[in-house]
Design a binder for this molecule. Structure first.
Ligand code: OOG
Ligand code: MG
Length: 256
């Protein structure tokens, strides 16, 4: 069977809207990575057609912790819309998700357009600000299990994100200690060095990857550099907070 990009994107978008898991695509059709990104783009186009606005992109599998947790090792990316944004200190309804998890990330706010092959210095020059961030990932597949093409088609599990206070782009971000807490109790400790050795390397990779899909990192857009620790499963009623050295705090609650 050959891939029907339109109907696959409809299936994944529908699963996300209904917060109901769907079987892995790879159990029925073998998607190439090119086709998987086409399904992702088509499913995001459905969100944009409903009035959501594109606000950036997220990187995935940029740390060993995440690669080991999910058993996949290629760096991937996904698209962020304003509908996925959860206010810092705000809350998000548990019922919106299938089986949400949270992970600590670093966010970049772009000041200049960036695309294609760039050096770390060029990447840094394009950054307007950096901040601590939490990503809510929520695979639309049953049991949070997927192949690489499955997860790419599913917008790299992206479903929500929270961004803390922005700091100057000149802030050193290469080895910042971080504590991810649930209900005030530390659950994961780590360092931003887990993100490809330096989160800026994730931005360099982001510029190259979006260019492969004919896109650029646009001024004003957000780039999430990828989880620095394994993700934690969420349950209703939890208060999630991230404390990042030099960058400060970001938090949200999961509504029951
Ligand atoms: C895929 C998304 C990976 C990250 O930060 O590494 C990701 C998943 O783990 O479901 O967002
Ligand atoms: Mg992530």
């Amino acid at each position: 069977m050959s891939a029907d990009i339109g109907s696959l994107s409809e299936k994944l978008d529908g699963a996300a809207r209904a917060a109901r898991a769907t079987p892995q695509i790879s159990h029925e059709v073998a998607l190439s990575m090119h086709e998987a990104y086409a399904v992702q783009a088509a499913s995001i186009a459905r969100r944009l057609a409903r009035g959501e606005r594109r606000v950036g992109m997220k990187m995935g599998f940029t740390s060993r912790a995440k690669m080991l947790q999910m058993g996949l090792s290629d760096v991937i990316w996904g698209r962020l819309t304003d509908g996925m944004l959860v206010e810092d200190g705000g809350s998000t309804p548990f019922g919106r998700y299938v089986h949400p998890r949270v992970e600590p990330e670093v966010a970049f706010l772009m000041g200049k357009r960036l695309e294609g092959r760039v050096t770390p210095m060029q990447a840094l020059d394009a950054v307007a600000a950096v901040g601590p961030a939490l990503e809510l990932i929520d695979s639309r597949y049953e049991n949070f299990k997927f192949s690489l093409s499955d997860v790419v088609a599913d917008n790299s599990s992206s479903s929500g994100f929270v961004i803390g206070p922005w700091r100057a782009a000149s802030t050193e971000i290469d080895n910042l200690g971080l504590i991810l807490s649930i209900d005030g109790r530390p659950q994961a400790l780590g360092s931003t060095a887990a993100i490809l050795g330096h989160p800026l390397r994730s931005l360099v990779a982001a510029a190259r990857l979006v260019a492969e899909s004919g896109e650029a990192l646009e001024p004003g857009s957000i780039v999430l550099a990828g989880g620095a620790t394994a993700a934690l499963a969420l349950v209703p009623g939890q208060y999630v907070s991230l404390e990042m050295q030099s960058l400060g705090r970001v938090a949200f609650s999961v509504e029951a």
